[in-house]
Design a protein around this ligand. Structure first.
Ligand code: ATP
Ligand code: MG
Length: 260
């Protein structure tokens, strides 16, 4: 779709000159500049160690917990500098949710896994919690499979269902941005397809950023693709451009499977 890029789309996230060095001296991101559009799926692709997870962890300040020695540059979400040391990190993490590659449900029921975050925030009204649980499970394409056994332990469902439960848990807090770091790498094809369907539906209301399981997954669901190689952003473009007419020969080589 020529002209889609930048044509009237709004940027949810603006990253300027972002560099990150871990305390062991590993420079894992180098002078990254990109703009992530609202209500689209942006995929981060590239070989292992390229900086995809590090980049995701910047966006909700999870790197605060890691061994990061130095972060320079700017990351604006809705115009607010999220690297500001005085920022309310809890509020940021509510707004920018993350799903990791291994499903890690809490040792509670299916229902409680989804209601937990809201309850922590003080929500006690059963009707509000019931609604939030059903809505989140529907959005995560899991409701129909668990509605008859919503009070069973979360570890009684399959790994693929558990991963959708983790997505529902993230959604229950009504974030604006949903990040997923290889969310389907441990899943069967059916659960993988359900997660992909869910993400395509979710982008209507959320901004989705995914480090996909492989480039094929980016091809199936992404609107925009960022190609990271050894800490550098080599190319950022519409998915169509990246897959059909990449500008950089390194992108071309990666897409065509010459290295990976
Ligand atoms: N906690 C950490 N401490 C030190 N170095 C780290 C840490 N986390 C990541 N790195 C380094 O930062 C670089 C980028 O790693 P990152 O995990 O972001 O890559 P990735 O693109 O997500 O890779 P993969 O595809 O394997 O998940 C690598 O060189 C890695 O060794
Ligand atoms: Mg990673």
């Amino acid at each position: 779709m020529p002209g889609r890029k930048g044509s009237g789309s709004m940027d949810k996230i603006i990253v300027e000159n972002l560099s990150i060095t871990y305390s062991d001296g590993v420079e894992s991101l180098f002078d990254i500049n990109l703009r992530i559009p609202i209500h689209q799926i942006t995929a981060l692709i590239g070989p292992s160690g390229g900086g995809k997870s590090t980049f995701l962890r910047v966006l909700n300040r999870l790197n605060d917990l890691a061994d990061v020695a130095k972060t320079t540059g700017k990351v604006l979400i809705d115009g607010i500098d999220i690297l500001d040391p005085t920022l309310d990190v809890i509020a940021l993490r509510r707004k920018v949710g993350i799903v990791f590659s291994r499903p890690l449900p809490l040792p509670l029921s299916i229902y409680q896994n989804v209601s937990y975050g809201l309850e922590l925030m003080g929500e006690k009204r059963k009707m509000v919690l019931d609604d939030a649980v059903e809505r989140s499970l529907r959005l995560a394409e899991l409701w129909d499979e668990v509605k008859e056994r919503i009070h069973d332990p979360a570890n009684s469902i399959s790994g693929g269902q558990q991963q959708r439960l983790c997505l529902a848990r993230t959604l229950s807090l009504q974030p604006e941005i949903i990040m997923l770091d290889e969310p389907t790498s441990a899943l069967d094809p059916v659960s993988t397809a359900k997660i992909e369907t869910s993400l395509i539906e979710l982008k209507k209301d959320f901004t989705v950023i995914i480090a996909p399981h492989n480039t094929q997954q980016a091809g199936r669901i992404a609107d925009h693709v960022a190609f990271f190689l050894q800490g550098k952003l080599i190319e950022f473009s519409s998915a169509e451009d990246i897959f059909t007419r990449p500008k950089d020969v390194k992108t071309q080589d990666y897409i065509s499977g010459k290295f990976g």
